[in-house]
Design a protein around this ligand. Structure first.
Ligand SMILES: Nc1ncnc2c1ncn2[C@@H]1O[C@H](COP(=O)(O)OP(=O)(O)OP(=O)(O)O)[C@@H](O)[C@H]1O
Length: 964
């Protein structure tokens, strides 16, 4: 007998009650479809039976395998049988909802189902189709500007992780009165084009937690939410004033791939997998409960959204302001019949849930988005009526007009100063480049002359002399090295020595002086950054007292460091440079650089505390100061009523605050304002001893109160944003300074090496001469060097993708000599540092000397895990099996892919291992052996510190090069 577990609404009743052009709020049921995948190979091999039948496009029924009559049927908005393509699933089960995100309504599409039932498979296709539609839509609407941003997160074991920035760790959820639940510090990237979007989604996929279970080789162990935020700007004006450029909508589209529900007994999970499974099941249970409660029409009762992070984040999509489509994926196998029943029962509840989607609209000011498109500055407001929209726009016009009337002079001044500084810096750099060019030319002349004199003795060209001297301004690589074509020599030592002998001591002294100069400049810049931060803290009275004190202390310490060096601007070096003296001086500066690094590290920490004190705050900025709190309690004064208007003035005057530009409006708006109070008196809010002189809330008229409270709130929000932005930019600046100090330290190390080598050179000159007389053929030297490099890679835990690229690119061509030499030098230096400084990279570690090795090892581990994920993607089952056999991976065992990858590049003495490892890694990351896609120039001969704290291998580089 065919029965229906829940009576579905007819198709017509489920159709949205309005279109985007009609009424703005619409109630509609969640669109629920079911997709049944074919029997998998495993299921076929186990002679599993197909237990479900798609009766038509809407009904699915359980088929008793004993060929009795079917018993239960379920009805949905659409049922897709195993022959349906993902394209069809998108067209009929998601497109409508996906496109509503282009017409003003938030949209969510998610896949729900048992593990291994095809959620990821389906969502990949849905995303691909949605991207295509979004960009088609953008193309066919040239009269509108679109800005697309993407963010992505996964919920793994109830921890929220940013998939575009894994390093930010576990993220917190915050409740925003306007936006609902938001994920703190979740990175948002502006999307340039469809290719960029695909690339970013690819990154998310690669970053996601995936594991092998007995039901799925590539089981997603986390819930993934990709959020596209679209800003759409309709250019033709709808309203009165020319100052408002556009009316626009902004909306989000969530693409959710849930982790699969699973039974430990079926997945044979234990250990980590079991723990993951229990977290997955728990959050899915909350989702089911939420859906069940919503479907029972209990909207007014308690809906346990807050019981899991998944439901908190998706709250709007479940019974809220969004259109939602759920694609439930099922396996047809009899062995999974219970799980499939659960999925269908979830789907049945889901289709009873009603959402209230509404068109989101806001007006845009003339602010510009990074792509140069006008984009919003104001928060989004759902439009209820045209009247409200007009009112809102009129207010906006007034604000913009006020801003135009009174541009903030302090902002302009600081911008000009910044520009001025940049110009000065560029002029200095140009001067330096010119000096280097002249030096090179004169040496070239000299060399030409001496060549004429000693014909045939062309051992080392003049360019090498210049290039071999470490002369590279900050942020630049030693690109001059590319021009070097060193002559033959024996072994690496000989080559290094050779390069050192050709270095003019006076040039080394010059380099040392330059380093000192740079150090002083950096000190100055650090000081400036801290001063700005200090001002920010002082003028706005943000953050704790300790933060302010720390910054003051840092300021004076950095000043001390600057005082140490007193090098004249112009570097004049006599003919007889005393290297020893210079070295002593340079060494005495060593601790200063390290201490500068430490100071910057501390400064950054202070900024972090400051920023977190911002975000923690739910109150307005003014309410945060203890003084204010006390005062507020005592007098029960309204914020920014008369007694606080002095504070308000301070904020308005605060440099770069957006409010400063709207001072006039504010002054006009704030009635009952106190007579001007000098700014200095504002740092500690004036104590109010006389009740009569302080206005309590009762003293203002109702109208006054209303006006003040509306504007003040708006102002506070704007002020907070501006202050946050300022702090962020200071933080970025300090980070940059840190990097530059690190580079300086690194350059210093190299110089010291060079000077030491130079000193040792005298003793070795004889030997070198002999070696030069009997040159070793390049191909032998290449083999020798390659062996050394492979060993050093191993010892320094260098990325195996880097090893592979280098190995495949440099195969012994004579032009490879310089690349080989630089790689050797780089690795030798790195190894020495690791050995000498207790396994630390002194340039970058600051307070954490053990961090370098462990972070390299961690990065390598992450890289291996990443490559293991690609094994099934890039190799066929046959290829995999052959490799498992060849690399002796046991036929039964867990994580065979990872076991395989863990064997790659592990035997530095075995050249065959290196060769085969390179071949496999090349396949996994998708570059051909010939290195067709990879240019040698990518190695840039850069002396940038290889232990840079940035991400382990730079997604951009790898993915761009390898066309991921
Ligand atoms: N409709 C389909 N047609 C063909 N193959 C499919 C289909 N759906 C899924 N598959 C295959 O089934 C396997 C499991 O699919 P997928 O990884 O998408 O499942 P999942 O539901 O995301 O699992 P998990 O919850 O464990 O992550 C994959 O090999 C996939 O290629």
């Amino acid at each position: 007998m065919v029965g229906t577990p829940a009576t579905p609404l007819s198709k017509i009743q489920r159709t949205p009650s309005s279109t985007p052009g009609g009424p703005k709020v619409r109630e509609e049921k969640i669109l629920v479809t079911v997709r049944m995948r074919p029997l998998s190979r495993k299921e076929q091999a186990m002679y599993d039976l197909v237990a479900w039948d798609c009766l038509d496009d809407f009904k699915i029924v359980f088929k008793n395998p004993n060929y009795e009559r079917p018993t239960t049927s379920y009805t949905f908005d659409k049922v897709f049988d195993p022959t349906c393509s993902t394209q069809k699933v998108y067209e009929e089960g998601a497109k409508d909802v996906a496109l509503s995100a282009l017409t003003g309504i938030n949209a969510t599409i998610f896949a729900y189902g048992q593990t291994g039932s095809g959620k990821t498979f389906t969502m990949r296709g849905i995303s691909e189709n949605a991207i295509k539609d979004i960009y088609d839509h953008i193309k066919s609407n040239p009269e509108r500007d679109f800005v697309l941003k993407i963010s992505a997160l996964e919920i793994y074991n109830e921890s929220v992780v940013d998939l575009l920035n894994r390093e930010s760790g576990s993220l917190r959820l915050l409740d925003d009165p306007e936006k609902g639940t938001i994920v703190e510090k979740l990175a948002e990237e502006v999307v340039k084009d469809s290719q960029h979007l695909r690339h970013l989604i690819g990154i998310c996929e690669a970053q996601r937690q995936v594991g092998e279970t007995s039901l799925n080789d590539n089981s997603s162990r986390s819930h993934q939410i990709i959020r596209l935020v679209k800003g759409i700007c309709h250019r033709p004006l709808r309203v009165v004033s020319e100052k408002v450029q556009a009316v626009a909508i902004t909306l989000t589209q969530n693409l959710v791939d849930l982790a699969g529900s699973e039974r430990a007994s079926q997945t044979n999970a234990d250990g980590i997998r079991l723990k993951e499974g229990s977290h997955i099941n728990r959050s899915l249970l909350t989702l089911t409960t939420v859906i069940r409660k919503l479907s029972g029409g209990k909207r007014s009762g308690h809906i346990p959204y807050r019981d899991s992070k998944l439901t908190r984040i998706l709250q709007h999509s479940l019974g809220g302001n969004a259109r939602t489509a759920i694609i439930c994926t099922i396996s047809p196998a009899l062995s999974h019949v219970d799980q499939t029943r659960n999925t269908l029962s979830f789907a049945t509840s889901a289709k009873e849930v009603t959402n209230n989607a509404q068109v989101n609209m806001c007006c845009f000011s003339t602010a510009r988005f990074p792509l140069g498109l006008p984009f919003l500055r104001l928060s989004v407001i759902p439009v209820v009526s045209d009247k409200r929209l007009v009112k809102h726009l009129q207010k906006e016009v007034a604000r913009l007009e006020a801003e135009l009337r009174s541009p903030d002079p302090s902002c302009l001044r600081s911008l000009l100063e910044e520009k001025e500084l940049k110009i000065q810096q560029m002029e200095r750099e140009m001067k330096e480049l010119k000096r280097q060019r002249d030096l090179a030319q004169s040496q070239l002349e000299l060399e030409r002359k001496s060549n004429k004199e000693h014909k045939g003795s062309n051992q080392r060209g003049p360019s090498s002399q210049i290039a071999r001297c470490l002369s590279f301004p900050e942020n630049e690589s030693v690109s001059d090295f590319r021009e070097i074509r060193p002559g033959n020599a024996v072994g690496r030592q000989a080559m290094v020595r050779q390069s050192v002998t050709s270095t003019d001591p006076s040039m080394l002294v010059h380099e040392i002086r330059k380093l000192e100069q740079r150090q002083r400049q950096l000190g100055e810049e650090a000081n400036r950054a801290l001063e700005v931060l200090h001002n920010e803290v002082a003028s706005q009275r943000l953050g704790s007292k300790e933060t302010a004190e720390t910054i003051v202390r840092l300021l004076s310490e950095i000043k001390d460091i600057q005082a140490v060096s007193s090098i004249p601007e112009d570097i004049v070096i006599g003919d007889k440079a005393n290297l020893k003296e210079e070295m002593t001086r340079l060494n005495s500066q060593g601790s200063a650089i390290a201490s500068l690094e430490r100071k910057l590290e501390n400064a950054q920490k202070s900024i972090d505390i400051l920023v977190s004190s911002f975000t923690k705050s739910e109150d307005t900025l003014e309410f945060k100061t203890p003084e204010f709190k006390t005062q507020f309690k005592k007098k029960k004064t309204r914020p920014f009523s008369l007694s606080n208007s002095a504070n308000m003035q301070t904020i308005i005057r605060s440099p770069c605050s957006p409010l400063s530009s709207s001072q006039k409006v504010m002054e006009h708006d704030i009635e009952n304002k106190a007579p001007n109070i000098p700014q200095s008196s504002v740092a500690t809010p004036p104590k109010c001893h006389d009740n009569n002189s302080c206005f309590s809330s009762r003293e203002g008229t109702p109208t006054t109160r209303q006006t003040n409270s509306v504007d003040v709130k708006k102002m506070q929000r704007m002020f907070k944003n501006a202050a946050e932005e300022n702090i962020r930019s200071i933080r970025a600046y300090v980070t940059e300074l840190k990097e530059r100090v690190a580079k300086l330290q690194y350059q210093k190390q190299l110089l010291v090496c060079q000077v030491l080598d130079l000193e040792a050179n005298d003793a070795a000159t004889e030997q070198t001469d002999m070696a030069e007389q009997s040159p070793m053929p390049w191909h032998l030297m290449f083999d020798e060097q390659r062996k050394q490099i492979i060993m050093l890679w191993h010892l320094c835990h260098v990325s195996i993708v880097h090893r592979t690229q280098f190995y495949l690119l440099f195969r012994g061509d004579p032009t490879d000599q310089i690349y080989m030499e630089v790689e050797l030098r780089r690795l030798t230096w790195l190894e020495q540092q690791l050995a000498e400084v207790g396994n630390a990279s002194p340039a970058l570690l600051g307070d954490d000397p053990a961090g370098s090795v462990s972070s390299s090892i961690k990065a390598l581990k992450q890289e291996r895990e990443y490559l293991a994920k690609r094994v099934s993607l890039k190799l066929t089952a046959e290829e995999r099996e052959m490799l498992y056999m060849k690399w002796e991976i046991p036929p039964v065992g867990k994580q065979r892919r990872l076991q395989l990858v863990n064997k790659l590049w592990t035997d530095p003495l075995n050249m065959q291992n290196a060769k085969e490892s390179a071949e496999i890694v090349a396949k996994l990351v998708g570059f051909c052996e010939s290195g067709e896609h990879v240019s040698k120039e990518m190695f840039e001969l850069s002396f940038a510190n290889p232990c840079d704290k940035k991400t382990w291998m730079g997604w951009n580089l790898i993915s761009n090069l390898l066309h991921l």
